[in-house]
Design a protein around this ligand. Structure first.
Ligand code: XMP
Length: 500
């Protein structure tokens, strides 16, 4: 995996798609923050850099910028949409607000008249109105410069989105950038990722022991499969049942994993977690407490087992980005990243999936022989139902939420086009209702169902009203202390998937 193309992110909604397309063309690609300092970029020795689109206007003072030295590195660079505008603006060109913008499939006319016009996906209002010295326009639309280049310096820009399926020949443009301009050889395969990780793990671990935090979710299960392949005799998986799991989930996980060829230990720590969380209402505090308690349990189990210097986790790329990573803003401390205490008793943490996205982890899981139902499970956060009870957590609230959540899942499991993630939330709002002849004053249950590929952005799922109605009727009838149900129709951003 020596060849790497960096995707520098300026908030564009297609950044995952760009990185995924590059990887799909067998070249490893990573997304990093747009403002990453040039020294850090050089340390990664990328063979190419792609600047993503973004929602800002480059001429505004607080719009995101890249390190100006980026353009002097001699590394081939492709600016897409905002990325092209940023490059032109920073190199002395001009970008102006467009009059009406261009959205959808727009005809593109190449400057080279031997090339045929084609249609490309555009989504912009601002446009480059004057190119920097040394640049020439290589294509236009009816109203703007659609592509430009300074071939000598290997700087290229496209106002449209070649990564989109809606751009004719978009893939060929990315291919040309990777293989002709960056000189990629394209040896990257997910199989290589497995081999590379296996040898790296073996090198690091030798014949010492590793403890894996197994939650039963996709990421930790795939991590378990990878480690079983790498260091079969040295792996112990610990499943901490923190009492914040969904209905019957702890038993199901135990059943699934005790059948497999690995050492599996279930630790029942429900009371311990609940007493630590008693009276805690702040979401970040909950996450930190759960993260810390997880580690304490692991440390204790490790001590019982003898000398286990390594703790393995199924952390994936989006966990790191959401938790702020090195450069970004902390949205939420995912329990397995920002939630870890500083004084760890393990000498090292192993996170073999930390460079991958969810869909790649699923493919890897299948390649490692995990069953489809396991690898296609929807995500369930490590802190579990703690993130779905607004405010303080009690055993009674957990029981109500477990029932409501089971109803939501039962109803949606049966529909043909399922949302990517769906669950119930127990809010801390009480409302007046009437059951029989009696007044009730019970908490509101919210239903959340989202469509997403990367889990970093999402749209709410437009569920059929009849399905929503059935869920509402079942929740209010089957759960005595629930008298009202609402549907959360917030996208991310500005909302997040989980409520806490
Ligand atoms: P948010 O709420 O951040 O969720 O929009 C995005 C995705 O991440 C999951 N999530 C977590 N997963 N530990 C996890 O393992 C966490 O602390 C955590 N917080 C959110 C969430 O379920 C969704 O799939």
């Amino acid at each position: 995996m020596n060849e790497c193309v960096l995707v520098l992110d300026f908030g564009g909604q297609y950044k995952e798609l760009i990185a995924g397309t590059v990887r799909g063309l067998s070249v490893f690609s990573e997304i990093r923050p747009g403002g990453m300092p040039v020294e850090e970029i050089k340390a990664l020795s990328p063979i190419g850099i792609i600047l993503t689109g973004g929602p800002n206007s480059v001429y505004l003072p607080d719009s995101p910028k890249c390190d100006p030295e980026l353009f002097n590195l001699g590394i081939p660079l492709l600016g897409i949409c905002y990325g092209m505008q940023l490059m032109c603006h920073m190199l002395g060109g001009e970008v102006s607000p467009g009059i009406k913008g261009e959205y959808g499939r727009i005809p593109i006319i190449p400057a080279d008249s031997s090339k045929a016009p084609f249609k490309a996906l555009m989504s912009h209002r601002d446009a480059v109105t004057k190119l920097p010295d040394g640049f020439c326009a290589t294509a236009h639309t009816a109203s703007c410069i659609a592509a430009c280049e300074d071939a000598e310096k290997k700087l290229y820009g496209v106002q449209f989105h070649p990564e989109s399926k809606h751009t004719d020949g978009g893939m060929a443009i990315i291919e040309k950038f990777l293989f002709e301009i960056c000189g990629a050889t394209g040896g990257y395969k997910l199989d290589d990722y497995i081999d590379l990780q296996i040898s790296a793990i073996r090198r690091k671990v030798g014949d010492q022991n590793v403890l894996l935090a197994l939650s039963g979710g996709v990421d930790s299960s795939v991590c378990a499969a990878l480690l079983t392949k790498a260091i079969p005799g040295c792996l112990t998986c610990i499943f901490v049942d923190h009492g914040l799991m969904r209905l019957n989930e702890g038993d199901e996980i135990e059943r699934a994993f005790s059948k497999r060829k690995l050492q599996f230990i279930r630790v029942n720590a429900q009371e311990r977690f609940l007493s630590k969380l008693k009276d805690v209402a702040d979401p970040e505090a909950k996450r930190k407490i759960i993260g810390e308690e997880f580690i304490r349990v692991f440390e204790e189990e490790a001590a019982k087992l003898g000398d286990i210097p390594f703790l393995a986790q199924g952390t994936i790329y989006s966990d790191i980005v959401e938790s702020g990573g090195k450069h970004g803003a902390t949205i939420k401390s995912h329990h397995n990243v920002g939630g870890l205490p500083e004084n760890l008793a393990f000498s090292e943490i192993i996170e073999p999936l930390s460079g991958l996205f969810k869909d790649e982890v699923r493919i890897l899981g299948r390649k490692l022989g995990l069953p489809k139902p396991l690898v296609s499970r929807q995500p369930f956060p490590g802190p579990g139902l703690a993130l779905r009870i607004v405010g303080k957590i009690t055993f009674e609230k957990l029981e109500v939420l477990r029932k409501a959540d089971a109803i939501v899942r039962e109803e949606l499991d049966g529909i043909r086009r399922k949302p990517d993630q769906y669950f119930a939330v127990l809010t801390d709002t009480h409302t007046v209702g009437v059951k029989g002849d009696d007044r009730t004053y019970d908490p509101v249950i919210a239903i959340r169902a989202v469509e997403t590929g990367d889990f970093m952005t999402c749209e709410y799922s437009p569920l059929p009203h009849r399905v929503l109605g059935r869920m509402s009727s079942r929740i209010t009838n089957e759960i005595p202390s629930a008298s009202r149900v609402v549907y959360d129709i917030t996208s991310k951003p500005p909302g997040t998937v989980e409520w806490e």
